[in-house]
Write a protein that binds this ligand. Sequence first.
Ligand SMILES: *[C@@H]1O[C@H](CO)[C@@H](O)[C@H](O)[C@H]1NC(C)=O
Ligand SMILES: *[C@@H]1O[C@H](CO)[C@@H](O)[C@H](O)[C@H]1NC(C)=O
Length: 299
Amino acid sequence: MALLPSSSSSSRHHRMLLALSMAIVASRSAVVAALMYDEVEITWGQDHSFFYMDGDVDTLALCLDETHGSGFASKDAYLYGRFDVDIMLVANNSAGTVATFYLMPDGDEVPWAYHDEVDLEFLGNETGQPYTLHTNVFVNGVGGREQQFRLWFDPTTDFHTYSIEWNPKHIIILVDGTPIRAYSNGGAARGMAFPTWQRMRPQGTLWNADEWATQGGRVKTDWTQAPFYAYYRNLRVTPCAPSPGVAWCGDEPPESPWFDRSLDAAALRKAQADHMIYDYCADLKRFKDKGLPKECNAN
Ligand SMILES: *[C@@H]1O[C@H](CO)[C@@H](O)[C@H](O)[C@H]1NC(C)=O
Ligand SMILES: *[C@@H]1O[C@H](CO)[C@@H](O)[C@H](O)[C@H]1NC(C)=O
């Protein structure tokens, strides 16, 4: 069960009203900035996760031990939007552990042939060795679009902001506001896949993946270090806004440059030059028989 230590419901309520009114004043695009506790539900490992107040910030701790891990999902699902969350990852020897932040439709109801997903997976490592940020995009049940990055800071000592911007033209992944990946909509007419119709929920998990996660699976989880914790807070959802006069984002005309404003191409190129360690589009050996996926040659 979710714990809510030492915070009376009236002060929680007060804080929530304050946060809501600040959000309304601060932004015309209506950022939904409620408390994690109100916004998400625990989807896995109820007894391995808890909410607590860190100062005045409502924080969710996900826990992993030998028995299992834990996870959450937002209560609401969205078709397009910007999703930001602050995460502090498993410290010290995190080898074998994987913490995630991702968008996915309600899994059980959707046949795999329609499975869409936008993934950030933080692959743990031995103490002192760097984490890998592994990203992927699934559309209609097809993934295999991996790009990996080295973070340029220690993600275990502080909270950092990880974001997914999803609009009809681009999926952009950002770290502390810097775009590191863009997956663009090449157009169904040209045979290129993009998630355009089903609502997805932002979610997070902490689980054991020591078969593959760390140094290709050579380094296993050290259970003497368990339990492992990753911390999530400040989940922000900003609904997608179309250009003036357009009813909703899906109606934005394809030739409209409106959504290109959200992509800083120069910053993206620089971040990839500096921090990308794997790109499926550059893996000629892997695709030597079938050829590179279409989107790799699109832009
Ligand atoms: C990580 O190691 C440091 C130094 O040994 C220790 O002080 C700290 O409590 C450890 N953190 C966790 C989460 O185990
Ligand atoms: C862990 O550290 C090793 C050595 O620095 C590095 O090669 C590897 O990419 C790191 N990350 C993972 C997830 O194995």
